[in-house]
Design a protein around this ligand. Structure first.
Ligand SMILES: [Fe+2]
Length: 519
């Protein structure tokens, strides 16, 4: 619901609108009653602000009116829960929000059916430019967020910096990594899933999950997301950069696959749960209307393009996959990871035309990972290894169509890895056709537990794996037309706040030469 800036209003500050200007600002017509003069006993912007999915001319702005995010409706009985709440937003070329700096403004409606969340799809912006944004409801003003549009289609940006992260189990550790992430100089953050966990975990650091049971209902998921998003470090990372998000399993339930979570749970019951999870997820993420779920279905796979430098294919390896099977059935050719529609969409997209770097932002381990010492092999049945034919089909397609510089980004495993994606994983001398970068968790599993014997075994059994590490943190990437530099950023502990950040290791991928090499 964007509103082009009218010249008469452009001379007024945001604060000026609260006086006489506010009364004269026409609100959009609303189907249900609007709460015209909302008053809150506590900060309605307790969950902060966010932006996401940048285009060359626009970006999504997000907030949620939640003075009591741990109440079922976020409002906590303090307000008119069945009314819509008009939320003003504005976007500025600089932090001053001065009259000449504001470029767009409007009024969005925070509605009860979406937990009073707001998703504003701003358009009409300049490409490849920083902007600042903020919201206002009643007399309350939100924190200021900073965002950035994508380069114009066909533009030739000289570099792009982005980080990817995943797995922020709240009871397991403090979000110190997010505090450091917010201080980086980035264009974008990509989040690969496990934004929340579904279980009742209470941990040992005073960050026990609410509600204190396995989440299943819409209020359950709202409270869980509200609790996690109350974290100041996470809010800082959202306010600093646009994010591109996808989910993994724990946003819904552990290791779910399509409509199946457990043989004992009827499909209808799981789909009702999935609908609750998706609705609450949508309500809390800076994604577009095209990602809004319909019942248990949510299209999260999508493509974002950053000039001629980088194409980002955000994937969904949960919603359409075949169920996990025992290892002796992993080569069943009928089994799928992406589902026919998403796989077809991806195959067509990577066949071109594309940008120079083609990035698959996805969840589970793509390369072969044999855990069993000696000639026998043992694999993770939740990863692409358990979907052998689908994995090899995608890998072989990338090679056959000559996709430019394919790089697979992975979360899920709470460890850092660098892998050569081989034409034949069982033949170390076969061609390297793509690169996989696996990022550790923000907090999941708590403080790192070194396992040098296990790490050595993995490296020995899997010669295509170049790097293994168990620290907490995130992965920073600086991409230019000629090379991609990756820095594995780590904090030494998450069991208490305040850990400094350091770079554990750096790797470079040269344009046209798949496989990352240490620097
Ligand atoms: Fe995880």
């Amino acid at each position: 619901m964007t509103e082009p800036l009218r010249p008469g209003l452009g001379r007024r500050s945001f604060l000026g609108l609260t006086g006489a200007g506010a009364a004269s600002l026409a609100l959009p017509s609303l189907e249900t009653p609007a709460w015209a003069s909302p008053r809150f006993p506590s900060d309605p912007f307790s969950l902060g602000v966010a932006s996401g999915d940048p285009l060359p001319d626009g970006v999504v702005l997000w907030t949620r009116i939640a003075p009591n995010p741990l109440a079922e409706d976020g409002l906590g009985g303090v307000a008119q829960p069945h009314q819509q709440i008009p939320v003003r937003w504005e976007m500025s070329r600089d932090e001053s929000f001065g009259a000449r700096s504001i470029v767009r403004r409007g009024v969005a409606s925070a509605t009860p059916d979406l937990g009073h969340s707001v998703h504003v799809e701003v358009d009409g912006l300049d490409p490849h430019r920083e902007y600042w944004y903020r919201f206002r409801v009643g007399n309350d003003e939100s924190p200021v967020g900073r965002t950035r549009t994508a380069p114009a289609l066909g533009a030739r940006p000289s570099s792009m910096a982005f980080a990817f992260a995943s797995c922020q189990n709240y009871p397991a550790g403090f979000y110190t990594a997010h505090a450091h992430l917010a201080e980086e100089d980035l264009d974008l953050v990509v989040f690969l899933g496990d934004y929340i966990y579904n279980g009742p975990g209470q941990g040992a650091i005073g960050r026990g999950y609410l509600p204190a049971h396995e989440v299943e209902t819409l209020p359950d998921y709202r409270i869980r997301l509200g609790q996690v998003k109350s974290d100041a470090d996470l809010q800082a990372a959202h306010a600093a950069f646009p994010w591109v998000v996808t989910f993994d399993d724990h946003e819904v339930a552990n290791n779910w696959a399509s409509d199946d979570v457990d043989p004992d749970v009827p499909v209808e019951r799981f789909l009702a749960r999935r609908a609750n999870a998706f609705q609450a997820y949508y309500e809390h993420m800076p994604v577009r209307q095209s990602q809004r779920p319909v019942g248990p279905d949510m299209r999260i796979h999508r493509r974002l393009t950053f000039g001629d430098l980088l194409d980002l294919y955000v994937l969904d390896t949960r919603q359409y996959r075949s169920d996990q099977v025992r290892q002796d059935r992993r080569a069943d050719p009928t089994r799928t990871m992406l589902g026919d529609d998403q796989e077809g969409w991806l195959r067509q997209a990577v066949a071109g035309p594309t940008a120079r770097w083609n990035v698959l932002a996805q969840q589970v381990f793509f390369s072969q990972r044999d855990f069993t010492a000696g000639p026998d092999q043992g694999f993770n049945d939740d990863a692409w290894d358990n979907y052998l034919v689908a994995r090899n089909r995608l890998r072989d397609h990338l090679a056959a169509v000559g996709t430019s510089n394919p790089v697979v980004l992975t979360g899920d495993v709470h460890m850092n890895y660098v892998c050569d994606i081989k034409a034949d994983f069982d033949d170390p001398s076969s061609r390297t056709v793509a690169t996989e970068l696996v990022g550790t968790s923000i907090s999941s599993q708590g403080d790192a537990a070194p396992n040098p014997v296990g790490d050595q075994r993995q490296l020995h059994e899997n010669p295509h794996i170049k790097f293994v590490n168990r620290d907490r943190g995130y992965v920073r990437n600086i991409v230019t037309p000629t090379e991609w530099t990756t820095d594995f950023r780590a904090v030494d502990y998450v069991s208490r706040p305040g850990a400094p950040i350091r770079t554990l290791a750096s790797f470079v991928i040269a344009n046209g030469q798949p496989g990352a090499v240490p620097v």
